[in-house]
Design a binder for this molecule. Sequence first.
Ligand SMILES: Nc1ncnc2c1ncn2[C@@H]1O[C@H](COP(=O)(O)OP(=O)(O)O)[C@@H](O)[C@H]1O
Ligand SMILES: [Mg+2]
Length: 299
Amino acid sequence: MATSRIPASDAASEGVEAIVSGFERLGYIADRSLATALYLVTKLRKPILVEGHAGLGKTEVAKVLAAFLGTRLIRLQCYEGLDVSSAVYEWNYQKQLLAIKIEEGSDKTVEEKEKHIFSREFLLERPLLQSILVEDASPVLLIDEIDRADEAFEAFLLELLSDYQITIPEMGTLHAKHVPYVVLTSNRSRELGDALKRRCLYQWIDYPNLEKEMKIVRTRLPGIEEELARQVVGYVQSVRGLNLSKPPGIAETLDCAEALLALGTLRLDEEAMEQTLGCISKSVEDSAKIKAAGRGFAP
Ligand SMILES: Nc1ncnc2c1ncn2[C@@H]1O[C@H](COP(=O)(O)OP(=O)(O)O)[C@@H](O)[C@H]1O
Ligand SMILES: [Mg+2]
């Protein structure tokens, strides 16, 4: 039986196209699949989980999305042990103590004093709370490297992402005035929970092919000669095939190309490779493997 495919509406493909071209103007080369996923983020208002190896443009997606939408970026960098007081809010104890002292002689009732010291004036708003309290327009909330936070934090996030509200016992429940666009990134150092994944749209970012990486290098470094760009990209793409512990990402390609420009190198010969090895390899073992294979890479 022939399968029929319903074509995407004109408005949708125009929307996706606008993301591809708008991102390119902002210096980011987005595949159609990523642009489609981001289009859906803006339409369905679902969070997106962007996974991939390091240095492939995951964090940058959120930054460029905020610039593209003309809105604020609020970033939560995750790490092991990240807790509510760093991610959501904390009371400013010193300021509260000071206020209690100042109000000692006042004729306010205890309830009034309590209400005062547990008001927003004494709240240290961390990224997740900030994203809910933005007054004017939906911000982009970047929850970066969620795989580094522990599972308890992931469970807490799940709650936030389902109803965009935060309960502070002393103040009650605060609802988002404008639901944020949420971008979660993960380097996949651990598998995330199914519940979180189910709540999100998913996008895997892979190593770019030669054509895409050339376009990225020439967009980010417009001063580079095409031939040198081609040599750098070809070299880094070959290095990725060496079974390294940390294969170089796009960030490393850009670093290497930038270093060559700074050194005034016109051709990526063996000497230039040696000089820029530290840009693409971050361990002594990987450097040894690259050097051993090195002769074969010289153009
Ligand atoms: N598709 C792309 N277009 C333009 N620049 C890119 C692209 N992908 C990655 N980069 C650049 O590579 C670098 C690393 O990106 P980053 O978002 O920090 O990677 P990740 O978060 O995946 O580790 C940044 O300078 C970013 O601008
Ligand atoms: Mg990142």
